[in-house]
Write a protein that binds this ligand. Structure first.
Ligand code: SAH
Length: 336
């Protein structure tokens, strides 16, 4: 049995034809799936005989909701389970510009960042594009609210699952489907250099965020093993290349960790590396994870950090903390 959510509009049209139907039936099925239907019987313009044939080959792989947490600020976190038992988290957030969902791209992660909860048990498996779409649809079904931004910043390293990430973007962008604008999608990476260039070529309109978390190689490789493979200088050079290829601003994420990367010297060094080009730094107050020794930096240090970057003309914001009364950091709900 295959998850029908993995099929593109074109593949569904081909599937319809192979089942002895007109190809437009495929488009109709695609439209239904993007509405978030959980059963083939809900597809009211599809004949019972086609539904019977579909059910022999496919299932609708929407994840089941195992746990939910709702914050006072409207943030909703869901623990989803797919039919093989794999569990991932997604978070729904309200912003002034609309509703956003943070989805997972893998079950677990093999990047090994030392401050992150998602990577503690390694990588279990990749998610498929249809499963990522399933997170969005299941969250919309659960909250009953439109979702107009998707950030791929949950569990997993999206560029380590490139083919399925591409599939997801193409699925959710399809005008006959969810019809989400490419500029309303943000992908976050720990810095897989070759895939960043490929991503710039394939999806120049999708926003890219880079998890930098350090002002230099030495500090970065202490918390992010990926830095040993792709060095700091090489990563920044690739980011410059990215902005040239796409004319898009790149966002650097910087989780500010007490005693690790939160000093004024760190801020000065980061500013000296970034000033003069089209970037934006997002300072993230660390989410403290059970079983990890890191503590979040003091508000004072975060503000000083911000001021230093600003003085050097680097665009910077401090990420608003949403859902701090629930387990908002990646992978925490799953571990519980
Ligand atoms: N693998 C991708 C996307 C998933 S993590 C990446 O590395 O970008 C999404 C963001 O949350 C990354 O910037 C990641 O470094 C950050 N993050 C992970 N654990 C965190 C924690 N405990 N507190 C704050 N940010 C964290």
């Amino acid at each position: 049995m295959n998850n029908i959510l993995d099929l593109s509009k074109k593949e569904l049209a081909e599937a319809a034809v192979s089942l002895g139907e007109k190809s437009f039936r495929g488009t109709q099925i695609f439209e239904w799936l993007s509405k978030g239907v959980s059963s083939f019987e809900d597809m009211s313009n599809i004949s019972a005989s086609l539904i019977a044939k579909l059910k022999e080959e496919y299932y609708i792989g929407l994840p089941e909701i195992i746990k939910t947490q709702e914050s006072k600020d409207g943030t909703v976190k869901c623990l989803f389970r797919f039919d093989d038992g794999a569990e991932v988290e997604s978070v729904f957030m309200k912003y002034s510009y609309g509703n956003s969902i943070c989805i997972s791209s893998q079950v677990g992660c093999r990047m090994g960042c030392t401050f992150c909860a998602s990577t503690m048990d390694g990588l279990e498996r990749n998610l498929t594009g249809g499963e990522m779409l399933g997170e969005v649809l299941a969250m919309r079904n659960h909250t009953n609210k439109d979702i107009n931004h998707v950030v791929v910043m949950g569990m997993g390293e999206p560029l380590d699952n490139y083919e399925e990430l591409s599939r997801f973007i193409n699925l959710i962008h399809d005008p006959k489907g969810y019809n989400l604008g490419l500029r309303n999608i943000t992908v976050s990476t720990c810095g897989l250099v070759p895939q960043i260039i490929k991503f710039a070529e394939d999806f120049p309109q999708v926003n890219l965020a880079i998890s930098l978390h350090a002002p230099n190689q030495e500090l970065r490789e202490k918390t992010m093993p990926v830095a040993k493979k792709y060095k700091y200088d090489e990563l920044l050079k690739t980011c410059v290349e990215y902005t040239k290829l796409t004319s898009r601003r790149i966002t650097f994420e910087y989780a500010v960790i007490d005693g690790v990367n939160d000093t004024a010297e760190c801020a000065e060094e980061l500013a000296s590396r970034l000033k003069g080009w089209l970037t934006h730094v997002n300072l993230i107050p660390l989410n403290e994870v059970e079983g990890r020794d890191y503590r979040k930096a003091s508000d004072q240090n975060v503000h000083t950090f911000k001021e230093i970057l600003e003085k050097q003309g680097v665009n910077v914001t401090i990420r608003r903390t949403l859902g701090s009364d629930i387990d908002a950091a990646c992978g925490q709900l799953r571990r519980k």
